[in-house]
Write a protein that binds this ligand. Structure first.
Ligand code: ASP
Length: 292
């Protein structure tokens, strides 16, 4: 497959018909933004952060500005970004009411010795990040209940650049009414997100089910064992069906830019972009580069 490639999704869930067109625009824009960043010489980490930013900025998904409230009417969000080449990641968990947790996750990766920072520590780190000028405070500052969420819809992406470097990322506010302090799969390395030099995965859906099988890691493991991305996602979803109640989805990419998507929910809006080609988009992707 041609490189680079950017694959982005808006969650494995169910969306009402009237929002389908806005969702299509947002997810396509996210993939396009990632490609533009790479085209201008940005790194795959830059591209992943920019791709997720676009999705966090809409109020269409339960992430960023669309974050949903927990059992105490507060907002706590999670995000993870993983650099496959360095085998290093940054994650924030249950950080309170910020719009771009993906940037804070990147700050953890680039500027701290930690890989995961949770709760109050992440809140403090956010203030430090803004003060240091690493990223600016977004305007307006507010988040609010999403207009359209029915359940939950994390956002995520996988990037493979021309040098075959892979970055995977995810951002979410988890489930409406979740326990205060509840953390799902999204900011957990190997569960919601994984990347190494061979492949990268980003998962979405019921975090408690994803955690049970370390979904992202087993997907990447199949590629390490020589399977195609298509076969890998099929096997992951088979285990998911056999061992859990599912309601999940994933995007998997290998270092050659082959991508496969699989999910067992009604929708998983996904956009995949290669340079110079029209962005592929589907609300119900049955997509594998093996078919192209
Ligand atoms: N996996 C996320 C969580 O459980 C939710 C989602 O992907 O929609 O927090």
């Amino acid at each position: 497959m041609p490189l680079p490639v950017v694959a982005a999704h808006g969650g494995a869930t169910s969306f009402k018909d009237e929002h389908h067109s806005d969702i299509e625009k947002a997810v396509k824009k996210a993939a396009k933004t990632g490609l533009c960043v790479l085209d201008r010489g940005g790194s795959p980490l830059d591209a992943a952060e920019a791709t997720i930013h676009v999705l966090e900025d809409t109020r269409l998904f339960t992430a960023g500005r669309g974050a949903c409230k927990n059992a105490e009417e507060g907002i706590e969000v999670d995000a993870l970004i993983m650099d496959g080449k360095r085998l290093e990641s940054g994650a924030v968990m249950a950080v309170r009411d910020i719009i771009h947790p993906i940037s804070l996750a990147r700050y953890v990766l680039e500027r701290t010795p930690a890989y995961q920072v949770a709760g109050r520590g992440a809140d403090l780190l956010y203030n430090e990040m803004i003060k240091s000028g690493y990223r600016r405070e977004p305007e307006p500052r507010d988040t609010s209940l999403p207009a359209i969420s029915s359940g939950c819809d994390t956002v995520g992406c996988v990037i493979v650049d021309k040098q075959h470097r892979i970055v995977s990322a995810s951002s979410t506010s988890g489930w409406p009414g979740k326990l205060v302090g509840r953390v799902g799969d999204s900011p957990v390395v190997g569960a919601g997100v994984y990347a190494n030099e061979v492949a990268g995965a980003t998962c979405t859906g019921k975090g408690e089910q994803i955690l049970r099988i370390s979904m992202a890691r087993i997907a990447v493991n199949h590629i390490e064992e020589g399977r195609s991305v298509e076969e890998a996602v099929r096997l992951v979803m088979k285990v998911m069906r056999e061992r859990t109640s599912g309601e999940v989805g994933l995007i998997l990419a290998d270092g050659e830019g082959n991508i496969a998507v699989n999910f067992d929910t009604k929708h998983m809006p996904t956009a995949i972009g290669y340079p110079g080609e029209e962005i592929y988009y589907s609300l119900k992707p049955k997509w594998s580069s093996e078919y192209t």
